[in-house]
Ligand binder design. Structure first.
Ligand code: HEC
Length: 159
């Protein structure tokens, strides 16, 4: 009977640990409330460089897509969108993933897959009006994420 109780206690503790780890690594991320009311991700310089590098690629892609629409050049639209599709996504180190809240990861992932969808539809339908509609739609993700999050430097003491 005593053994049974011990096993039960061990099970509960293990489940608690798993729950806490899941919360910490997958759901909550590491953010603090910033001076402008947004959630600040606290990143090391290399992590910030990685995220911002990806952002500048997003911006470049948006420019290339609109240029492709203006020139009625669907090949350019497709290749631009593909460069930020899910397959082209950079490998994100676990230490960074753990700092990113679930909503941030979802919005990021959704943005990559919407670029994939845009590329696919541009290839299939060749309709620049559809491209613009999809671009406008996916850019609500850019706006939404920037409204909620920003990046601040991780405190020195954490190193
Ligand atoms: C999952 C969240 C998220 C999504 C989606 C997102 N961004 Fe960002 N982006 C950020 C954060 C956080 C920053 C840092 C902002 C800050 O610190 O004020 C940023 C910064 C940027 C920057 C500044 C880069 C630099 O070098 O300073 C650009 C440009 C940018 N984003 C473009 C885009 C575009 C275009 C899209 C959509 C196609 C997009 N982002 C989608 C989170 C996101």
């Amino acid at each position: 009977m005593k053994n049974c109780k011990l096993t039960f206690a061990a099970l509960i503790i293990s489940l608690l640990v798993i729950a806490i780890m899941t919360y910490k690594f997958i759901i909550s991320g590491e953010t603090v409330l910033a001076s402008d009311g947004r959630q600040a991700l606290l990143l090391e310089p290399a992590e910030r460089d990685l995220v911002l590098g990806e952002m500048r690629l997003f911006l470049q892609t948006v420019q290339q897509i609109t240029q492709g629409v203006t020139d009625n050049n669907l090949d350019q639209v497709v290749s631009a969108a593909k460069q930020v599709g899910a397959a082209a996504q950079q490998v994100v180190p676990g230490s960074l993933i753990k700092k990113l809240p679930l909503d941030f990861k979802k919005l990021g992932f959704d943005t990559h897959s919407k670029f994939d969808q845009l590329a696919l539809d541009a290839e299939q339908f060749g309709d620049t009006q559809v491209v613009l509609e999809q671009l406008s739609g996916l850019m609500t993700n850019c706006v939404a994420c920037h409204e909620i999050y920003r990046i601040d430097a991780a405190p020195m003491s954490e190193k």
